[in-house]
Design a protein around this ligand. Structure first.
Ligand code: TXA
Ligand code: MG
Length: 313
């Protein structure tokens, strides 16, 4: 496909050129594919919101190579530095206080006093970030409230000709968006992901809270409906149904046309990797209803359940 470019130094140079001109590209991260633009440019950030049809009150995550540029954009607290040392680069996003003289476009963080920052681990995006003089604003590369993309073809599915450059990096290693942790006042998980509250608690030795609906103020974008395949979803189903697409987990299920197993061997990591791909597949096959069995609520299972609940909303 013409819009998809494989990982090569020539294509990385092309990607850089597009970004320097404040245009946007699709690219891989270890969590999900993203839609990237210069975070210092209002113009680039505007293009991201427009292409995604994302409400401008929903702020974007700013992606950095390391602390060098970040120091100028945000205050680096001790708690942040402890977590950074342990988990970055990786699937953890931190909410930090923004510096007043930061060059980050205020559109990118929806005019808040904070910014969300992440240091992605994927080799391809790191090569790119390392060569840029600005950080990248990168939301997931899907239309607002739809399912996130986990391969370059998913990105093409979302935007078609409207996005002329997608850097290919194969399948995403994790397959679910990063954990978002707020480090201002109490420690709070705003979005669960591959890095669990337990792991964060182990490093900070402080109670880690989970957000509920009342986090609207700090994270205006955490709308309830999200990750939606556009088909009704029933959760914790006990009875399978011949007409519905049934999403299951573990070895005790038959292979059948309407049964989609997230992980036969019962691995939550594998299930996370397969979740969005499965939702996309079911939609393409034209099923009108989805049933999902109970999925264990431990480790990344917490994030899987979070996304399913939002998809079902
Ligand atoms: O894994 C990921 O984080 C992916 C990849 C591409 O890096 N990105 C991603 O971005 O999931 P997005 O835009 O789909 O989700 C960003 C989340 C939203 O829930 C948003 O509300 C929250 O981060 N967020 C961004 N800035 C915030 C802020 N200043 N305070 C609170 N929440 C914020
Ligand atoms: Mg998203």
């Amino acid at each position: 496909m013409k819009n998809i470019y494989k990982n090569s130094s020539l294509n990385l140079a092309r990607a850089k050129k597009i970004l320097v001109k404040n245009n946007i590209i699709g690219l891989p991260t270890e969590t999900v594919y993203g839609l990237a633009g210069n975070a210092y440019s209002n113009n680039a950030v505007k293009k991201i919101y427009k292409l995604k049809k994302r409400p401008r009150i929903n702020p974007l995550i700013i992606h950095y190579y390391n602390l060098r540029l970040l120091k100028k954009d945000a205050f680096l607290s001790e708690k942040f530095l402890k977590l950074y040392k342990k988990f970055s680069p990786g699937p953890l996003t931190y909410i930090l206080k923004k510096r007043e003289n930061s060059k980050i476009s205020s559109l990118a963080n929806a005019n808040l006093k904070t910014i969300a920052v992440r240091f992605p681990q994927n080799r391809i995006i790191r090569k790119l970030l390392c060569n840029l003089k600005f950080p990248l604003a990168i939301p997931s590369a899907n239309l607002s409230s739809a399912v996130s993309p986990v391969c370059s073809n998913d990105v093409l599915d979302e935007f078609g000709k409207k996005l002329s450059f997608i850097l290919d990096g194969g399948k995403c290693k994790i397959g679910l968006e990063s954990t978002v942790v707020n480090l201002n006042k109490k420690i709070q998980i705003l979005r669960p992901g591959a890095i669990s509250a337990k792991e964060i608690n182990k490093i900070l030795r402080e109670k880690v809270y989970f957000s509920n609906k009342s986090n609207k103020v700090i994270s205006p974008g955490m709308t309830k409906k999200h990750y939606s395949p556009g088909i009704p979803i029933e959760l914790n189903s006990k009875k399978m149904d011949d007409k519905a697409a049934c999403i299951v987990f573990g070895k005790r299920y038959n292979t059948q046309k309407n049964i989609f197993n997230l992980s036969k061997k019962g691995s939550l990591e594998e299930a996370a990797r397969n979740l969005y791909k499965t939702l996309r597949k079911i939609k393409k096959k034209g099923f009108k209803k989805i049933k999902v069995v109970k999925i264990p609520k431990s480790r990344i299972g917490i994030a899987i359940n979070d996304r399913l609940k939002k998809a079902a909303n």
